[in-house]
Design a protein around this ligand. Structure first.
Ligand code: ATP
Length: 249
């Protein structure tokens, strides 16, 4: 028996006035998968995530999440249903402490608002991010970029998402911090979290994803397992910086 994907996007279009940023794309994510969407600047990756999270209304097409049509529903409803977005640039509340940022994350979830359940989840995310535990009363705006990324992911986790949308988590981070953040992402996925990862660092994203889609000027031009795309000459040339004419492999 086949089970329906956790997320299924069909013929999705989005226009900003006269500019069509997403031009009728189809993709799906099965429960437990880590799927990555790669593409150059301006390809439409952030737009796609914003539509799935309910921050933008699709111009046409459909989005099904957990078997129900969700296209056009507002972000707060989708967050309560289990769609968690970690936006590009992190979006932490700079004038709030880390603790307050994390507590805010718990507001959107359905049911289980008890202090006990929030404290339990706080304990779980702090185990994932021990660095945040040492700084709970520090203002988020004073954290390093990598620490802010940790807060953004941890805050999204506090909402108990069923699907985590990550927009460019490596952006602007030092290599060691990128490694830490991607270690956490991989760990969350290995513990069952379904993740849609948008990344410009295609090599890194493909190295840990199950499957991938390539988005070019609002159109999906390639898809397959991450391994297939890592070995695809078009991907190697355009996104992995390999000169396929001169490379032996
Ligand atoms: P990047 O990696 O640079 O963030 P992206 O793949 O995430 O790129 P989007 O941010 O989704 O790309 O942008 C897709 C296209 O839509 C671009 O041409 C961009 O200029 C345009 N666009 C994005 N936001 C708006 C907006 N609010 N108004 C008008 N056009 C927009």
């Amino acid at each position: 028996m086949s089970t329906a994907p956790l997320l299924e996007v069909r013929n999705l279009k989005l226009s900003y006035g006269g500019i069509t940023a997403v031009k009728g794309i189809d993709f799906y994510i099965n429960s437990g998968e880590l799927v990555t969407l790669i593409g150059a600047n301006g390809a439409g990756k952030t737009t796609t995530l914003k539509v799935i999270a309910g921050l933008l209304k699709p111009s046409s097409g459909s989005i099904h999440f957990l078997g129900s049509a969700i296209g056009g529903q507002p972000a707060y409803e989708l967050a309560a249903l289990g769609v968690g977005l970690v936006p590009e640039g992190r979006g932490v509340f700079a004038r709030m402490t880390i603790l307050e940022n994390l507590q805010m994350g718990a507001y959107v979830r359905q049911g289980s608002h008890s202090v006990k359940s929030i404290d339990h989840d706080l304990e779980v995310v702090l185990e994932t991010f021990p660095r945040l535990r040492e700084r709970l009363s520090q203002l988020a705006g004073t954290l390093s970029g990598g620490e802010q990324q940790m807060v953004a992911i941890a805050r999204a986790m506090m909402a108990r998402p069923k699907l985590l949308l990550l927009d460019e988590p490596s952006m602007g981070l030092a290599p060691l911090m990128v490694e830490t953040i991607f270690g956490v992402i991989q760990n969350l996925n290995q513990h069952g979290m379904t993740i849609l990862l948008v990344e410009q660092n295609a090599r890194l994203a493909l190295s840990m994803a199950d499957r991938a889609y390539v988005l070019e000027s609002g159109v999906i031009t390639l898809s397959g397992t991450a391994n297939e795309l890592l070995n695809d000459d078009r991907v190697r040339e355009a996104y992995l910086g390999v000169d396929v004419k001169t490379s032996a492999t």
